[in-house]
Design a protein around this ligand. Structure first.
Ligand SMILES: C[S@@+](CC[C@H](N)C(=O)[O-])C[C@H]1O[C@@H](n2cnc3c(N)ncnc32)[C@H](O)[C@@H]1O
Length: 201
């Protein structure tokens, strides 16, 4: 059977547009949130790699007006029109990233979310290594500032280094799940690792 051609304007793209969501990726975080009950009203959530803001729209709905959300990206994020969200143009790999993030919101983080993705080169090993580095940065944040009992969600390109990363995550979170949300494009090699209940200490 012939392969179906790549269709950028697929079902989730159209659904996102109809729902006023900025990116089809919003459905991925929505699915993960529902499956694992990650978010609660009033939580503090940091979203890394947040532009254009699809995840942020869903997360804001989940944490409600008593929650607080920080979204950062290399690209600017259009204002979301809510008082309880701060966005900033930041490179998570920059040396001063941690200090800048802390200036946006100090204190413990209930859920660290990362949809960080490198610009792909087409060279599998390079793309995987870059993705792993970005996910590693998210895990570092979860370890350093994640509230005990809190959660972690990060995208990773499947490949070498995946097993080691999952083991590291298991060291920091009680339960670790691997998810490929329905809205993931057919050919994509991305998966999401979900760490539930940050271990204390
Ligand atoms: C798949 S997109 C995120 C989509 C977003 N979750 C949404 O729902 O709108 C991945 C993002 O990672 C960002 N990114 C990649 N490397 C980064 C870095 N070093 N620091 C900050 N953001 C980065 C890219 O600019 C890109 O916007």
């Amino acid at each position: 059977m012939a392969k179906r051609p790549y269709q950028p304007k697929d079902f989730f793209f159209k659904k996102a547009k109809e729902s006023g969501l900025r990116a089809r990726s919003a459905f991925k975080i929505d699915e993960i949130a529902r499956r694992f009950g990650v978010f609660r009203k009033g939580q503090v959530v940091v979203d890394l790699g947040a532009a254009p803001g699809g995840f942020l729209q869903v997360i804001l709905g989940e944490v409600g007006p008593t929650g607080f959300v920080v979204g950062v990206d290399l690209a600017e994020i259009r204002p979301l029109g809510r008082p309880n969200v701060k966005t900033a143009v930041l490179d998570v790999l920059a040396l001063d990233f941690d200090a800048k993030l802390e200036a946006l919101h100090p204190g413990p983080i209930d859920v660290v979310v990362s949809d960080l993705a490198p610009k792909t080169t087409g060279i599998k090993a390079t793309d995987e290594a870059r993705s792993l580095r970005l996910a590693g940065k998210a895990l570092e944040l979860g370890r350093r500032r994640g509230r005990p009992g809190g959660h972690f969600i990060a995208k990773l390109f499947m490949g070498g280094g995946f097993e080691d990363f999952r083991e590291e995550l298991r060291g920091a979170y009680e339960d670790v799940k691997v998810v490929r949300p329905e809205a993931t494009r057919g050919a994509s090699m991305e998966i999401y690792l979900v760490g539930l209940r940050r271990r204390a200490g």
